[in-house]
Write a protein that binds this ligand. Structure first.
Ligand SMILES: [Zn+2]
Length: 107
């Protein structure tokens, strides 16, 4: 709710909350592998933010900010975090689902 009250100045924690919403939704769909689940979420955070009522440009920026910061941190931190990260989760790489409304479409 904090995120939705001021999405234009979302904190890292609030962007994590958006991603957690999307990530857990991917598990509900049936995906159990954490790296695949997280990559599906990364590509859908833009869509998820819009579904939650965030204006288009802000939703795109929020989703890209999570991908460029929180997601990349998972790869850098290593350990348990690395189970949620794949170098193949990037535009044009193996885990790119080429969604028409992908977070990455402007990259
Ligand atoms: Zn998970």
């Amino acid at each position: 709710m904090d995120y939705l009250s001021h999405p234009k100045r979302a904190s890292d924690k609030e962007l994590w909350s958006l991603n957690m919403f999307t990530h857990e939704s991917m598990h509900v769909r049936g995906e159990m592998n954490e790296a695949r689940t997280e990559c599906q979420a990364v590509q859908r955070n833009y869509r998820a933010a819009k579904l939650l009522g965030v204006p288009d440009a802000t939703a795109r920026q929020n989703a890209l900010d999570y991908y460029n910061n929180g997601y990349q941190d998972r790869g850098r931190i290593g350990g348990m975090q690395s189970a949620y990260y794949s170098a193949e989760c990037a535009p044009g790489k193996a885990m790119d689902e080429h969604l028409t409304d992908s977070t990455w479409n402007t990259l």
